[in-house]
Design a protein around this ligand. Structure first.
Ligand code: 6PG
Length: 482
């Protein structure tokens, strides 16, 4: 009897995913580079289950039904390429390799081509939810060889998280590197959400002088309303968590953030496609700045500022803070979905934004009630140009923008950094400004470099050059480049 599903890479995510898939009634073959790890797993958590461990890649591959479904849960980068090359000699036409790690979508596009050329199929799939999600049900974002999807669908749908109405948090994303691109944007949004929450915490602590218990209660309260989400929920728990000696663990954690790169990749992509992703970019930079702990300590001693202490209406300000966080979150998702739209057009993926919002409602790190609203907006109008133009979001921003302004202004005056909240209000104001100062910018470009400009009194696409100094010629930079 052959097994239904193969999984290679028994690190935290891999191990838990195997147990999840097996628990849905599938037999699973497992492989790990270090066999001792496989043996440990087989003797431990996999004991008595419909799971078989293999020492060689060959026997692992041969233990599977055709077409073989082999999922890699490996560290992104070279290990993935190396394992694909180890698998290939034992595969048969139509077999499916799935990369469930956090691979860069450019690598996925390259690997897909490589694997398909050899007659096999390749899926790059985002899997989100951390350890617990992998075990109980993650959010799964598969994309790649479309012909492979019918063979994977039963396994992935069964293993994925289910939201309250029973919908699985998994859907086919599209061809090429779409699955990993969507997961990358998920992670970028995760960075933005986390930084926004951290800024709200900093605001409560430093400006409002709230203690951990009060901050805990505020997050717990917010988790019952429109901000309800996994990240707010765990933040409330973190605020209440005490060491054995009763001291708050959060106060013992060093303020130097780490990152593995998916946030940076999201920002890279936003620059590639020219999509303003200012909030997520600031969240990546905030992690970078935090990591210069020693430099910040030094600077804190010399770069003093005459900052104002808040002396206004505290309950009203706390109310503002919750609304500001919600507005900024809406703007972050607006930017994130803008990036998805740009990539979908660039690669012809035809992403379904409503589906993406729906499969992020459960299982993954950014899961929240709020994603229902995004799904609704795209269901109503699949061609929505900007999330802020959907009726619900327009109403929220128009109604609560003053809260965001007051919070950012208060933080600025108090000298407390809120880069992501500030980026949010700046994007909002930029988007709703009919005439930006880019007229001057174009004039500057034309002045020093004859880069030409369009005119308000002429149709778009007609380009003009002015001899600003009386010294320049009539040759424009566009004609130079021809
Ligand atoms: C998930 C997470 C996960 C991510 C970690 C760490 O969806 O389960 O996004 O994939 O790798 O959260 O990311 P950083 O180390 O970059 O914070």
């Amino acid at each position: 009897m052959k097994n239904t599903f193969g999984l290679a890479g028994l690190a935290v995510m891999g191990e838990n995913l195997v147990l999840n898939i097996e628990s849905r009634g599938f037999s699973v073959s497992v492989y790990n580079r270090t066999y001792a790890k496989t043996e440990k797993f087989m003797a431990g958590r996999a004991r008595g289950k419909n799971i078989t461990g293999f020492e060689s890649v060959k026997s692992f591959v041969e233990s599977l039904e055709s077409p073989r479904r082999i999922m890699m849960m490996l560290k992104a980068g070279d290990p993935v390429d190396q394992f694909i090359d180890q698998l290939i000699p034992y595969l048969e036409e139509g077999d499916i390799i799935i990369d469930g790690g956090n691979s860069n979508f450019h690598d996925t596009i390259r690997r897909l081509e490589y694997v398909e050329q050899k007659g096999f199929r390749f899926i790059g799939s985002g899997v989100s939810g951390g350890e617990e999600g992998a075990l109980k049900g993650p959010s799964i974002m598969p994309g790649g060889s479309v012909a492979a999807w019918p063979y994977l669908e039963p396994v992935f749908m069964a293993a994925a998280a289910k939201v309250d109405d029973g919908t699985p948090c998994c859907a086919w994303m599209g061809p090429g590197g779409s699955g990993h691109f969507v997961k990358m944007v998920h992670n970028g949004i995760e960075y933005g959400d986390m930084q926004l929450i951290c800024e709200a915490y900093h605001f409560m602590k430093e400006i409002m002088g709230m203690d951990n218990n009060e901050i805990h209660s505020t997050f717990a309260r917010w988790n019952k309303g429109e901000l309800s989400s996994y990240l707010i929920e765990i933040t409330a728990e973190i605020m209440a968590f005490r060491d054995q000696d009763g001291f708050a663990v959060v106060d013992r954690v060093l303020d130097a953030a780490g990152q593995k790169g998916t946030g940076k990749w999201t920002v890279d992509a936003s620059l590639d496609y020219g999509i303003p992703l200012s909030l997520i970019s600031e969240s990546v930079f905030a992690r970078c700045l935090s990591s210069f702990k020693e430099l910040r300590t030094e600077a804190s001693k010399v770069l003093s500022g005459d900052v104002a202490k808040f002396a206004g209406d505290r309950p009203a300000l706390l109310e503002d803070l919750g609304k500001a966080l919600y507005c900024a979150k809406i703007i972050s998702y607006t930017q994130g979905f803008g990036l998805l739209q740009a990539a979908s057009e660039e690669y012809g993926w035809q992403l379904n934004y409503a589906d993406i919002a729906r499969i992020w409602r459960g299982g993954c790190i950014i899961r929240s009630a709020f994603l229902d609203r995004i799904a609704e907006a795209y269901t109503e109008n699949p061609k929505l140009a900007n999330v802020l133009l959907a009726p619900y979001f327009k109403e929220q921003l128009v109604g609560s923008q003053m809260s965001l302004r007051r919070v950012v202004a208060t933080a600025l005056m108090a000298g407390i950094p809120m880069p992501c909240h500030s980026a949010a209000i700046n994007y909002f104001d930029g988007l709703r400004t009919q005439r930006l100062p880019a007229n001057l910018l174009q004039a500057q470009r034309d002045y020093f470099g004859a880069h030409t400009y369009e005119r308000v009194d002429k149709p778009r696409g007609e380009w003009f050059h002015t001899n600003w100094t009386g010294r320049g010629g009539t040759t424009t930079s566009t004609s130079y480049s021809k």
